[in-house]
Design a protein around this ligand. Sequence first.
Ligand code: UDP
Length: 368
Amino acid sequence: MSANTLKLILVSTPVGFLGSGKGGGVEVTLMSLIKGLLDLGHEVTVVAPEGSVLPSGCSGAQLREVAGEAQPSWQHQNASSPMLIPPDGVLPKLWKHALELGKTADAVLNFGYDWLPIWLTPRVTVELFHLVSMGDVSDVMKTVVSELSETHHFRLAFHTYRQASDYELIRDPVVVGNGFDLKNYDLQLRKNGPLGWAGRVAPEKGLEDAVEVAVALGDRLLVWGLIEDQDYAVYVEQSAPPGTIDWRGFLPTSDFQEQLGTCRAFLNTPKWNEAYGNVVVEAMACGVPVIAYDRGGPGELINSGVSGWLVEPDDVRAMILATARAEEIDRRICRSWVEESASQEGFTRRVLEWILTGISQNQSGRGN
Ligand code: UDP
């Protein structure tokens, strides 16, 4: 093994095929890392549910598609729900495949938020690493992550410190942030566009609060994202005067960023401990100031008063006042922050450092 030529297996989320949008930010994160690793000359194989597609920039990676029933996503279950695997579930099939490929690879990286691969880690010789993509939405997950930290702490990495603080870890967490191919995002400087919001349309994302802000300011709210919960979308639509929400659907990054960049401000209203908040950084990459609840990852991504505004979680009134001050933010500063802190190159470098540290810890017999 050499840091210049790693052979890596990347295992996608089992909740949907790559390109479906069901994997939320994980899909964008994974694509970014594939591209970053390929650019550095590493050998990458992606194991993902059947139907997955890799964008043209990732064509140097091999794609292994695996058939099977999608895994139910944790964020729509109760914290105390048991771990479920459907009959013919794709999750164990992905891992059967990945473990086989892993025998001749330097490491296998897991991007899914699932109990099985984490539980497997101390029980197989393949070097497994997990980029944990959510906070502790599940007790089963919280337990298995904390148990792994006790013996194999360096096999776990997180997107932000706030996300990691949901777990009981034996040491300080490995935090790798996230990264975006900035060539895909154009800085737009116009300041008088509409308001924007993006994400999976589901209760934990708090779209109704952003709508309330738009109504109070007499603005239109552009909304992008996969409608994951149709009843919730109808409820939100009915909570505002007709025409307030301009539903844009789930768009490929090129179209998404082009429309996103026209916004005067972007609203981020999570009701959960958002692990990172890809859309926050994507908006900033386009120069759009983000007004966010100071909860979870976004609280670490925005320098309030400089690159956006952070307000008390669930305080819609404060969000209205901060949104009215969006034009005070220099759009170039938003972009610069992303270039410095969330580039694809920097993210890839941090992930490689994490993996190489983990492998050397293991080889030297220092599991954690
Ligand atoms: N997204 C997209 N097209 C859209 C709207 C959203 O590709 O029309 C992507 C967006 O780029 C982001 C992801 O959906 O990377 C949502 O990720 P985020 O981390 O914000 O939330 P998650 O869904 O992972 O909880």
